[in-house]
Design a protein around this ligand. Structure first.
Ligand code: ZN
Length: 409
Protein backbone atom coordinates (compact mmCIF):
# COMPACT_ATOMS: atom_id res chain seq x y z
CA UNK A 1 0.00 0.00 0.00
CA UNK A 2 1.22 3.48 -0.80
CA UNK A 3 2.14 5.44 2.32
CA UNK A 4 0.50 8.78 3.09
CA UNK A 5 3.61 10.67 4.26
CA UNK A 6 1.87 13.94 5.13
CA UNK A 7 -1.61 14.05 6.61
CA UNK A 8 -3.72 17.13 7.17
CA UNK A 9 -6.68 17.39 9.51
CA UNK A 10 -9.11 20.01 8.20
CA UNK A 11 -10.43 20.58 11.75
CA UNK A 12 -6.91 21.61 12.88
CA UNK A 13 -5.28 24.97 12.07
CA UNK A 14 -2.72 24.67 9.27
CA UNK A 15 -0.23 26.57 11.45
CA UNK A 16 -0.32 23.69 13.96
CA UNK A 17 0.77 21.18 11.32
CA UNK A 18 4.57 20.92 11.31
CA UNK A 19 4.58 19.26 7.87
CA UNK A 20 3.13 22.41 6.32
CA UNK A 21 4.82 25.73 5.46
CA UNK A 22 3.78 29.05 3.85
CA UNK A 23 7.13 30.56 2.82
CA UNK A 24 10.09 29.43 0.69
CA UNK A 25 13.37 29.19 2.58
CA UNK A 26 16.32 26.73 2.37
CA UNK A 27 16.36 26.25 6.16
CA UNK A 28 12.89 24.69 6.35
CA UNK A 29 13.60 21.12 7.58
CA UNK A 30 12.45 18.22 5.41
CA UNK A 31 9.07 16.95 6.62
CA UNK A 32 10.00 13.44 5.46
CA UNK A 33 12.45 11.61 3.19
CA UNK A 34 11.93 9.30 0.23
CA UNK A 35 14.17 7.48 -2.26
CA UNK A 36 14.21 7.82 -6.05
CA UNK A 37 11.60 5.41 -7.40
CA UNK A 38 9.29 5.77 -4.37
CA UNK A 39 5.65 6.66 -4.76
CA UNK A 40 3.74 8.28 -1.91
CA UNK A 41 0.74 10.44 -1.04
CA UNK A 42 0.71 13.95 0.44
CA UNK A 43 -2.50 15.49 1.75
CA UNK A 44 -2.92 19.26 1.50
CA UNK A 45 -5.06 22.04 2.87
CA UNK A 46 -6.73 24.36 0.42
CA UNK A 47 -4.41 27.31 -0.29
CA UNK A 48 -5.97 29.48 2.46
CA UNK A 49 -5.81 26.76 5.12
CA UNK A 50 -9.59 26.66 5.44
CA UNK A 51 -10.27 30.40 5.65
CA UNK A 52 -13.04 30.24 3.02
CA UNK A 53 -16.24 28.46 4.06
CA UNK A 54 -18.91 26.53 2.17
CA UNK A 55 -21.67 29.09 2.77
CA UNK A 56 -23.44 32.03 1.10
CA UNK A 57 -21.49 34.87 2.74
CA UNK A 58 -18.46 36.42 0.99
CA UNK A 59 -17.17 38.28 4.05
CA UNK A 60 -14.56 35.52 4.50
CA UNK A 61 -13.15 36.38 1.05
CA UNK A 62 -13.18 40.09 1.90
CA UNK A 63 -11.44 39.60 5.25
CA UNK A 64 -8.88 36.89 4.36
CA UNK A 65 -5.34 37.59 5.58
CA UNK A 66 -3.31 37.09 2.41
CA UNK A 67 -0.02 37.19 4.33
CA UNK A 68 -0.86 33.68 5.60
CA UNK A 69 -1.00 31.91 2.23
CA UNK A 70 -0.22 29.47 0.59
CA UNK A 71 -0.19 26.47 2.95
CA UNK A 72 2.04 23.86 1.31
CA UNK A 73 2.67 20.25 2.28
CA UNK A 74 6.36 19.39 2.49
CA UNK A 75 9.21 19.77 1.95
CA UNK A 76 9.84 16.18 0.92
CA UNK A 77 13.53 15.27 0.87
CA UNK A 78 14.72 12.96 -1.91
CA UNK A 79 17.81 10.92 -1.02
CA UNK A 80 20.74 11.60 -3.34
CA UNK A 81 19.30 14.79 -4.87
CA UNK A 82 21.96 17.49 -5.29
CA UNK A 83 22.02 21.01 -6.70
CA UNK A 84 22.04 20.86 -10.51
CA UNK A 85 19.96 17.67 -10.71
CA UNK A 86 16.49 17.46 -12.17
CA UNK A 87 13.78 16.06 -9.90
CA UNK A 88 11.30 14.11 -12.02
CA UNK A 89 7.82 14.10 -10.48
CA UNK A 90 5.01 11.94 -11.81
CA UNK A 91 1.61 13.23 -10.68
CA UNK A 92 0.07 9.76 -10.53
CA UNK A 93 -3.31 10.95 -9.27
CA UNK A 94 -4.92 13.86 -7.45
CA UNK A 95 -8.25 14.11 -5.66
CA UNK A 96 -10.36 16.04 -3.20
CA UNK A 97 -10.35 15.02 0.46
CA UNK A 98 -13.25 12.66 1.08
CA UNK A 99 -14.55 14.83 3.93
CA UNK A 100 -14.43 17.99 1.78
CA UNK A 101 -16.06 17.36 -1.62
CA UNK A 102 -16.45 21.01 -2.58
CA UNK A 103 -14.36 23.98 -3.69
CA UNK A 104 -14.51 27.74 -3.98
CA UNK A 105 -13.86 30.42 -6.55
CA UNK A 106 -14.01 34.12 -5.90
CA UNK A 107 -12.37 37.46 -6.29
CA UNK A 108 -10.84 39.62 -3.63
CA UNK A 109 -11.70 43.18 -2.80
CA UNK A 110 -9.49 45.63 -4.67
CA UNK A 111 -8.32 46.78 -1.21
CA UNK A 112 -7.16 43.25 -0.31
CA UNK A 113 -5.52 41.46 -3.21
CA UNK A 114 -7.74 42.35 -6.16
CA UNK A 115 -7.60 40.23 -9.31
CA UNK A 116 -7.18 40.47 -13.08
CA UNK A 117 -10.38 42.52 -13.54
CA UNK A 118 -10.41 44.23 -10.12
CA UNK A 119 -11.17 47.66 -11.62
CA UNK A 120 -14.44 46.20 -12.95
CA UNK A 121 -15.21 43.95 -9.94
CA UNK A 122 -13.79 45.79 -6.88
CA UNK A 123 -15.78 43.96 -4.16
CA UNK A 124 -15.22 40.50 -2.71
CA UNK A 125 -17.50 37.77 -4.10
CA UNK A 126 -17.46 34.00 -4.16
CA UNK A 127 -19.03 30.95 -5.77
CA UNK A 128 -19.13 27.49 -4.20
CA UNK A 129 -18.71 24.38 -6.34
CA UNK A 130 -19.90 20.89 -5.39
CA UNK A 131 -18.05 17.84 -6.69
CA UNK A 132 -19.88 14.83 -8.13
CA UNK A 133 -16.99 12.47 -8.83
CA UNK A 134 -15.29 13.89 -11.92
CA UNK A 135 -17.86 16.66 -12.35
CA UNK A 136 -18.67 19.94 -10.65
CA UNK A 137 -21.48 22.49 -10.57
CA UNK A 138 -22.28 25.58 -8.52
CA UNK A 139 -25.46 26.72 -6.79
CA UNK A 140 -24.25 30.29 -7.40
CA UNK A 141 -23.74 29.90 -11.19
CA UNK A 142 -26.56 27.74 -12.61
CA UNK A 143 -26.55 26.36 -16.13
CA UNK A 144 -23.04 24.90 -16.27
CA UNK A 145 -21.58 21.53 -15.34
CA UNK A 146 -18.16 20.26 -16.36
CA UNK A 147 -15.46 17.67 -15.69
CA UNK A 148 -12.48 18.76 -13.61
CA UNK A 149 -8.93 19.04 -14.92
CA UNK A 150 -7.45 18.51 -11.46
CA UNK A 151 -4.00 20.00 -10.81
CA UNK A 152 -1.79 21.57 -8.16
CA UNK A 153 -1.67 25.35 -8.57
CA UNK A 154 1.61 25.32 -6.69
CA UNK A 155 4.47 22.79 -6.71
CA UNK A 156 8.23 23.26 -6.58
CA UNK A 157 11.52 22.71 -4.76
CA UNK A 158 13.27 24.79 -2.09
CA UNK A 159 15.55 27.63 -3.27
CA UNK A 160 19.19 27.88 -2.16
CA UNK A 161 20.27 31.01 -0.22
CA UNK A 162 21.61 32.78 -3.33
CA UNK A 163 18.42 32.24 -5.33
CA UNK A 164 16.27 33.34 -2.38
CA UNK A 165 18.29 36.54 -1.97
CA UNK A 166 17.93 37.20 -5.69
CA UNK A 167 14.12 36.82 -5.52
CA UNK A 168 13.81 39.16 -2.54
CA UNK A 169 16.10 41.81 -4.08
CA UNK A 170 14.44 41.98 -7.48
CA UNK A 171 10.89 41.98 -6.06
CA UNK A 172 11.78 44.72 -3.54
CA UNK A 173 13.19 46.82 -6.38
CA UNK A 174 9.84 46.51 -8.16
CA UNK A 175 7.88 47.42 -5.00
CA UNK A 176 10.12 50.47 -4.50
CA UNK A 177 9.09 51.79 -7.93
CA UNK A 178 5.55 52.42 -6.57
CA UNK A 179 5.43 51.53 -2.86
CA UNK A 180 1.89 52.78 -2.17
CA UNK A 181 0.14 51.04 -5.06
CA UNK A 182 -3.17 49.23 -4.32
CA UNK A 183 -3.02 46.28 -4.87
CA UNK A 184 0.76 46.16 -4.31
CA UNK A 185 3.22 45.33 -7.10
CA UNK A 186 4.65 42.39 -5.13
CA UNK A 187 4.64 40.98 -1.60
CA UNK A 188 7.86 41.25 0.44
CA UNK A 189 8.76 38.84 3.27
CA UNK A 190 6.46 39.20 6.29
CA UNK A 191 7.71 37.48 9.42
CA UNK A 192 4.62 37.69 11.64
CA UNK A 193 2.55 35.08 9.80
CA UNK A 194 5.39 32.91 8.48
CA UNK A 195 4.91 29.21 9.22
CA UNK A 196 8.06 27.21 8.57
CA UNK A 197 7.17 23.62 9.31
CA UNK A 198 9.34 22.08 11.99
CA UNK A 199 11.57 25.14 12.31
CA UNK A 200 11.40 26.80 15.76
CA UNK A 201 13.17 29.37 17.93
CA UNK A 202 15.88 31.69 16.66
CA UNK A 203 16.32 29.68 13.46
CA UNK A 204 12.62 30.10 12.74
CA UNK A 205 12.76 33.86 13.38
CA UNK A 206 15.75 34.30 11.08
CA UNK A 207 14.12 32.36 8.25
CA UNK A 208 10.78 34.14 8.76
CA UNK A 209 12.47 37.51 8.18
CA UNK A 210 13.64 36.55 4.69
CA UNK A 211 11.38 33.67 3.65
CA UNK A 212 9.94 34.38 0.20
CA UNK A 213 6.20 34.68 -0.15
CA UNK A 214 4.52 31.95 -2.16
CA UNK A 215 2.41 34.15 -4.45
CA UNK A 216 4.43 34.37 -7.68
CA UNK A 217 5.78 31.60 -9.89
CA UNK A 218 9.57 31.68 -9.98
CA UNK A 219 12.49 29.69 -11.44
CA UNK A 220 11.68 26.70 -9.21
CA UNK A 221 8.08 26.49 -10.45
CA UNK A 222 6.06 27.49 -7.40
CA UNK A 223 2.67 29.12 -7.94
CA UNK A 224 2.47 28.64 -11.71
CA UNK A 225 -1.29 27.93 -11.78
CA UNK A 226 -1.03 25.94 -15.02
CA UNK A 227 -4.25 24.00 -15.52
CA UNK A 228 -2.55 21.54 -17.91
CA UNK A 229 -0.06 20.48 -15.25
CA UNK A 230 -2.74 18.01 -14.17
CA UNK A 231 -2.94 14.50 -12.72
CA UNK A 232 -1.03 12.26 -15.11
CA UNK A 233 1.62 14.90 -15.89
CA UNK A 234 5.36 14.38 -15.52
CA UNK A 235 7.34 17.42 -14.32
CA UNK A 236 11.10 18.06 -14.36
CA UNK A 237 12.14 20.45 -11.57
CA UNK A 238 15.51 22.16 -11.09
CA UNK A 239 17.14 21.12 -7.79
CA UNK A 240 18.91 23.82 -5.72
CA UNK A 241 19.48 22.21 -2.30
CA UNK A 242 20.60 18.77 -1.11
CA UNK A 243 17.48 16.61 -0.94
CA UNK A 244 15.57 18.92 -3.36
CA UNK A 245 12.77 19.73 -0.85
CA UNK A 246 9.61 19.23 -2.89
CA UNK A 247 6.43 20.93 -1.67
CA UNK A 248 2.91 21.01 -3.10
CA UNK A 249 -0.42 22.68 -2.38
CA UNK A 250 -3.10 25.00 -3.76
CA UNK A 251 -4.99 22.13 -5.41
CA UNK A 252 -7.49 23.11 -8.09
CA UNK A 253 -10.44 20.98 -9.20
CA UNK A 254 -10.59 23.11 -12.35
CA UNK A 255 -9.26 26.44 -13.62
CA UNK A 256 -9.48 28.70 -16.64
CA UNK A 257 -6.18 29.83 -18.19
CA UNK A 258 -4.79 32.78 -16.26
CA UNK A 259 -6.62 31.94 -12.99
CA UNK A 260 -7.96 35.45 -13.54
CA UNK A 261 -10.12 35.64 -10.43
CA UNK A 262 -7.10 35.07 -8.09
CA UNK A 263 -9.31 33.53 -5.30
CA UNK A 264 -8.74 31.54 -7.31
CA UNK A 265 -9.53 28.53 -9.54
CA UNK A 266 -11.90 26.00 -7.96
CA UNK A 267 -9.83 25.74 -4.78
CA UNK A 268 -9.92 22.58 -2.72
CA UNK A 269 -8.28 20.54 0.01
CA UNK A 270 -7.10 17.16 -1.23
CA UNK A 271 -4.29 14.69 -1.82
CA UNK A 272 -1.58 14.11 -4.39
CA UNK A 273 -0.19 10.65 -5.22
CA UNK A 274 3.23 11.11 -6.76
CA UNK A 275 6.44 9.32 -7.69
CA UNK A 276 9.93 10.80 -7.83
CA UNK A 277 13.08 10.04 -9.83
CA UNK A 278 16.34 11.93 -10.40
CA UNK A 279 18.28 12.95 -13.51
CA UNK A 280 21.77 13.60 -12.17
CA UNK A 281 23.22 16.86 -13.49
CA UNK A 282 20.07 17.33 -15.55
CA UNK A 283 19.90 21.12 -15.32
CA UNK A 284 23.10 21.58 -17.34
CA UNK A 285 22.50 18.53 -19.58
CA UNK A 286 19.18 19.94 -20.81
CA UNK A 287 19.74 23.68 -20.32
CA UNK A 288 16.92 23.89 -17.76
CA UNK A 289 16.30 27.19 -15.93
CA UNK A 290 12.56 26.82 -15.30
CA UNK A 291 10.66 23.53 -14.96
CA UNK A 292 9.44 21.66 -18.01
CA UNK A 293 6.64 19.10 -18.06
CA UNK A 294 4.76 16.58 -20.15
CA UNK A 295 0.98 16.90 -19.94
CA UNK A 296 -1.44 14.16 -18.92
CA UNK A 297 -2.90 11.60 -21.34
CA UNK A 298 -6.22 12.09 -19.45
CA UNK A 299 -7.86 15.41 -20.30
CA UNK A 300 -11.59 16.29 -20.47
CA UNK A 301 -12.57 16.70 -24.13
CA UNK A 302 -14.18 20.09 -24.59
CA UNK A 303 -13.40 20.79 -28.20
CA UNK A 304 -16.21 23.17 -29.16
CA UNK A 305 -15.49 26.79 -28.38
CA UNK A 306 -16.68 30.32 -28.85
CA UNK A 307 -13.48 32.34 -29.15
CA UNK A 308 -13.40 35.96 -28.05
CA UNK A 309 -10.71 38.28 -29.39
CA UNK A 310 -9.14 41.15 -27.49
CA UNK A 311 -6.67 43.82 -28.59
CA UNK A 312 -4.43 46.23 -26.72
CA UNK A 313 -6.81 49.20 -26.76
CA UNK A 314 -8.27 50.14 -23.37
CA UNK A 315 -11.85 51.09 -22.49
CA UNK A 316 -11.09 54.80 -22.91
CA UNK A 317 -10.00 54.09 -26.48
CA UNK A 318 -6.32 54.68 -25.76
CA UNK A 319 -3.87 52.78 -27.92
CA UNK A 320 -1.29 50.65 -26.08
CA UNK A 321 1.78 49.02 -27.64
CA UNK A 322 1.67 45.19 -27.93
CA UNK A 323 0.28 44.88 -24.38
CA UNK A 324 -0.72 41.21 -24.07
CA UNK A 325 -2.05 41.71 -20.55
CA UNK A 326 -4.48 44.38 -21.74
CA UNK A 327 -5.46 42.35 -24.80
CA UNK A 328 -6.36 39.34 -22.61
CA UNK A 329 -8.34 41.60 -20.27
CA UNK A 330 -10.31 42.88 -23.23
CA UNK A 331 -10.96 39.33 -24.49
CA UNK A 332 -12.24 38.38 -21.01
CA UNK A 333 -14.46 41.46 -20.80
CA UNK A 334 -15.88 40.68 -24.25
CA UNK A 335 -16.75 37.14 -23.10
CA UNK A 336 -18.38 38.45 -19.90
CA UNK A 337 -20.49 40.95 -21.89
CA UNK A 338 -21.66 38.09 -24.10
CA UNK A 339 -22.57 35.89 -21.11
CA UNK A 340 -24.64 38.74 -19.63
CA UNK A 341 -26.97 38.50 -22.64
CA UNK A 342 -27.99 35.02 -21.42
CA UNK A 343 -28.90 36.31 -17.95
CA UNK A 344 -25.61 35.88 -16.08
CA UNK A 345 -24.42 38.71 -13.89
CA UNK A 346 -20.98 40.13 -14.68
CA UNK A 347 -19.68 38.51 -11.50
CA UNK A 348 -21.00 35.10 -12.55
CA UNK A 349 -19.34 35.51 -15.94
CA UNK A 350 -16.03 36.52 -14.35
CA UNK A 351 -16.12 33.63 -11.89
CA UNK A 352 -16.93 31.18 -14.68
CA UNK A 353 -13.90 32.33 -16.72
CA UNK A 354 -11.68 31.72 -13.69
CA UNK A 355 -13.03 28.27 -12.89
CA UNK A 356 -14.22 26.49 -16.06
CA UNK A 357 -11.85 24.79 -18.56
CA UNK A 358 -11.43 28.06 -20.47
CA UNK A 359 -8.36 28.46 -22.67
CA UNK A 360 -6.37 31.66 -23.08
CA UNK A 361 -4.07 32.10 -26.05
CA UNK A 362 -1.51 34.69 -27.01
CA UNK A 363 -2.51 34.92 -30.64
CA UNK A 364 -0.40 37.76 -32.07
CA UNK A 365 2.50 39.78 -30.62
CA UNK A 366 4.11 41.36 -33.70
CA UNK A 367 1.36 43.29 -35.50
CA UNK A 368 2.14 46.76 -34.19
CA UNK A 369 0.59 48.41 -32.30
CA UNK A 370 -1.95 45.76 -31.22
CA UNK A 371 -1.31 42.52 -29.42
CA UNK A 372 -4.14 40.03 -29.95
CA UNK A 373 -5.20 37.61 -27.20
CA UNK A 374 -8.05 35.12 -27.39
CA UNK A 375 -10.34 33.63 -24.75
CA UNK A 376 -11.68 30.21 -25.70
CA UNK A 377 -15.03 29.53 -24.01
CA UNK A 378 -16.02 25.83 -24.17
CA UNK A 379 -19.67 25.71 -25.27
CA UNK A 380 -20.37 22.14 -24.14
CA UNK A 381 -20.16 23.05 -20.44
CA UNK A 382 -23.47 24.93 -20.74
CA UNK A 383 -26.81 23.21 -20.21
CA UNK A 384 -28.37 25.43 -22.89
CA UNK A 385 -27.34 26.69 -26.32
CA UNK A 386 -24.83 29.51 -25.87
CA UNK A 387 -24.08 29.94 -29.61
CA UNK A 388 -25.12 33.05 -31.52
CA UNK A 389 -28.05 32.70 -33.90
CA UNK A 390 -30.42 34.87 -35.92
CA UNK A 391 -33.08 34.39 -33.21
CA UNK A 392 -30.92 36.15 -30.61
CA UNK A 393 -29.92 34.98 -27.11
CA UNK A 394 -32.48 33.22 -24.91
CA UNK A 395 -32.19 34.38 -21.31
CA UNK A 396 -31.45 31.20 -19.37
CA UNK A 397 -31.30 33.03 -16.01
CA UNK A 398 -33.62 35.67 -14.61
CA UNK A 399 -31.18 37.33 -12.21
CA UNK A 400 -32.71 35.80 -9.07
CA UNK A 401 -29.56 33.75 -8.34
CA UNK A 402 -26.20 35.51 -7.99
CA UNK A 403 -22.90 35.21 -6.15
CA UNK A 404 -22.71 36.49 -2.55
CA UNK A 405 -20.98 39.88 -2.29
CA UNK A 406 -19.23 41.54 0.67
CA UNK A 407 -18.57 45.28 0.41
CA UNK A 408 -15.55 46.87 2.07
CA UNK A 409 -16.14 47.91 5.68
ZN1 ZN B 1 -5.22 28.37 -6.34
Amino acid sequence: MTDTLIKVDLTQAATENENVHNRWHPDIPMACWVKPGDDFILETYDWTGGAIKNDDDASDVRDVDLSTVHYLSGPVGVQGAEPGDLLVVDLLDIGAKADSLWGFNGFFSKQNGGGFLTDYFPSAQKSIWDFEGLFTKSRHIPGVRFAGLIHPGLIGCLPDPKLLANWNAREQELIDSNPTRVPPLANPPFAATAHLGKLTGAARDAAAATGARTVPPREHGGNCDIKDLSRGSKIFFPVYVAGAGLSVGDLHFSQGDGEITFCGAIEMAGWVHMKVELIKGGMAKYGIKNPIFKPSPIVPTYNNFLIFEGISVDDAGKQHYLDVNLAYQQACLNAIEYLKKFGYSGAQGYSLLGSAPVQGHISGVVDIPNACATLWLPTDIFEFDINPSAAGPTRYLDGSIDMPIAYDK
